[in-house]
Ligand binder design. Structure first.
Ligand SMILES: [Zn+2]
Length: 80
């Protein structure tokens, strides 16, 4: 997908390039996707590896998007 495709997805909020994979890390609003947000409203997805993490605040989501190796096991393997 191109970056404009991610922007058209439900709940899309933010994205940045993952320096490890060269593919996007995308922040979504879980409530806009009709998902259970009890574990955290903001969903950060490593699109290159299809791993995700959730946070309670958008600020935390943005910082998590900068550091995919902190939560994506496959980014950890690549950067190790
Ligand atoms: Zn990853």
């Amino acid at each position: 997908m191109t970056s404009s495709d991610y922007r058209s997805l439900a709940g899309y909020r933010h994205q940045r390039r993952n320096d490890i994979t060269g593919q996007p890390v995308v922040v979504y609003d879980a409530t806009a996707q009709g998902m259970d947000a009890s574990d955290g409203r903001w969903m950060i997805v490593c699109e290159g590896h299809s791993e995700l993490v959730v946070t309670d605040t958008l600020a935390l989501a943005r910082s998590a998007a900068r550091e995919p190796q902190e939560w994506c096991s496959q980014c950890q393997d690549v950067s190790a």
